[in-house]
Design a protein around this ligand. Structure first.
Ligand code: ADP
Ligand code: MG
Length: 260
């Protein structure tokens, strides 16, 4: 069956990794990962440092081409094996549909908060300035930062910067939002305000994939928890099952690091 020309079932995954392998030179980092993200689901990926979480996210965000396997969006192949890491023109075209929030915020330092949020919708989506500003103001209000619209990022706390980064991602009206350890660079007291915004998004039905070490967030917010180690998905399940009764020894061992 030709996947890309068949009708897309309403319940089909928004974004899907199929047998994704990623090599950097001789070093294989992902060994054939399958991951389907359903509409409105929030999936949390946890796992030790170096296990390939960021690499998987970058492949799914179409920032890197997989070495083997493919990425599908709404049932259509948007990226497949490419010996170089470059993504195709087709992938670049759909990339704006995938929002990404990074550990290090990555706001443009020479732009105000408002400018950070309106830039991509105007430049990439061709939205008018008036419309972009109206959307940005409502998104800044949503993340609790309406009063900071004319501030520069350096004037904001890390938690505020990350909330701006979330507003900036949302301004592109993405079909899915990917987060790579969004709170890891933050002091503990600033993490909450970011996690609260993410929780609200999840409750509103945003489709999300979140790499995180925040086990409380994963337990309370995730529809599904995925545990990765050494470039493979070792185990996955609903949070209560995964956290209370992990079936693999590796997951059990990993979780002991988070007990207090
Ligand atoms: N661009 C790259 N070039 C070479 N090796 C890389 C690159 N990106 C990641 N790696 C390697 O891939 C492995 C997995 O990294 P990463 O995906 O960042 O893991 P995680 O996010 O789980 O900590 C690490 O060994 C890392 O050194
Ligand atoms: Mg990482």
């Amino acid at each position: 069956m030709n996947v890309s020309s068949s009708p897309i079932p309403a319940s089909g995954p928004v974004l899907k990794a199929e047998a994704v392998v990623k090599r950097f030179g001789a070093n294989a980092v992902l060994h054939g990962v399958d991951l389907a993200l359903g509409l409105g689901e929030s999936t949390c990926i946890i796992g030790p440092s170096g296990s390939g979480k960021t690499t998987l996210l970058r492949c799914m965000a179409l920032l890197e081409a997989p070495s083997d396997g493919r990425i599908l969006m709404a049932g259509a192949i948007v990226a497949q094996a490419n010996p170089s890491s470059d993504v195709s023109a087709a992938a670049k075209k759909v990339r704006p549909e995938i929002g990404m929030v990074f550990q290090q915020f990555n706001l443009w330092p020479h732009m105000t908060v408002l400018q950070n949020v309106i830039e991509a919708p105007m430049r990439v989506r061709g939205v008018s300035r008036d419309e972009a500003v109206a959307t940005a103001e409502s998104l800044l209000d949503k993340v609790g930062l309406a009063s900071k619209r004319d501030s520069y990022p350096a004037r904001l706390s890390g938690g505020q910067q990350q909330r701006v980064a979330i507003a900036r991602a949302l301004a592109m009206q993405p079909k899915i939002l990917l987060f790579d350890e969004p709170t890891s660079a933050l002091d503990p007291e600033l993490r909450r305000e970011v996690l609260q915004v993410m929780r609200t998004l999840a409750l509103e039905g945003m489709t999300m994939l979140v790499v995180t070490h925040e086990m409380g967030f994963a337990r309370r917010v995730a529809s599904r928890v995925v545990f990765m180690d050494e470039g493979v998905i070792v185990e996955q399940g609903v949070p209560s099952q995964f956290f209370d009764n992990p079936t693999t020894e590796r997951a059990r061992r990993f979780l002991t690091h988070f007990e207090d």
